[in-house]
Design a protein around this ligand. Structure first.
Ligand code: SF4
Length: 246
């Protein structure tokens, strides 16, 4: 078997513990207006290719020494790592049996019953929450947030270490009211998770040009360090565990 990926990125340090290989898997049910990996939203573009599972496993085994000495491992990312559930399951089962440390980055839009057995084999789950208001979530990402909120609650109960990541964007969710809504939801429904606030960046813009896609809305702004500290303090005051993997 196999699946569609953009790339394997070795020596990553931002996507879990230690030195990691990130597998960027293709396809995504969302279409976020600020997406920094627009090539990952579909399987049909020149930056996506099919790989056999065995070829990925061989490449991972070549990197094993780095994981062993750094406490690192493998991170499934995207696009959306859950968009090819069978491919993800096959890779997860194989790597889990071989004792690798596994992490996943997901947008949260997935069928919980299908994914739960795979998620239980992770050492760390990063799940995004982009907006607490479902209408605004739909406006900016193409889907409402009800399934994502439900999946945050259910996944937090799996007993796997979990971090909810909020991409923080002035003009989308970077205001006190929205942040407060997100923090209250988490402290009520998933108090055990870590929270990571990630400031918006514009690193993906060159990819939009390469793909001939419209650039993200120019009114989206990067929050200042002071604004990020302010929201991190608000989250701590709400009782949340604020973490950073960057
Ligand atoms: S969930 Fe991630 S990959 Fe999918 S559209 Fe949004 S930012 Fe892009």
């Amino acid at each position: 078997m196999g699946g569609y990926i953009m790339q394997l990125q070795n020596y990553s340090v931002n996507d879990g513990e230690g030195i990691r290989t990130v597998i960027f898997m293709a396809g995504c049910p969302l279409s976020c207006a600020w997406c920094s990996n627009p090539e990952g939203q579909t399987k049909n573009n020149p930056m996506v290719h099919w790989v056999e599972t065995e070829d990925i496993i061989k490449e991972i085994n070549r990197q094993a020494i780095f994981y062993r000495f750094s406490g690192g491992g493998i991170t499934f990312s995207g696009g959306e790592a859950t968009a090819q559930p069978e491919f993800l399951k096959e890779l997860t089962d194989r790597f889990y049996d071989d004792g690798y440390d596994l992490a996943i980055e997901t947008c949260g839009q997935f069928d919980f019953n299908t994914l739960a057995p795979t998620l239980k084999k992770m050492n760390l789950i990063f799940m995004d929450l982009k907006h607490i208001d479902s209408k605004k979530h739909e406006f900016y990402t193409g889907v409402g947030n009800s399934l994502i909120l439900e999946n945050i609650k259910k996944t937090a109960e799996l007993g796997v270490k979990m971090v909810v990541r909020v991409p923080t964007i002035i003009g989308v969710n970077g205001d006190d009211e929205t942040m407060s809504g997100i923090f209250k939801f988490l402290s009520k429904n998933a108090p055990s998770v870590g929270l990571e606030l990630l400031p918006y960046h514009k690193y993906g813009e060159e990819k939009y040009r390469q793909l001939g896609k419209k650039l993200p809305d120019s009114s989206f702004e990067i929050p200042s360090d002071e604004q990020m500290d302010h929201w991190r303090k608000m989250a701590s005051d709400e009782g949340l565990n604020v973490v950073s993997y960057r």
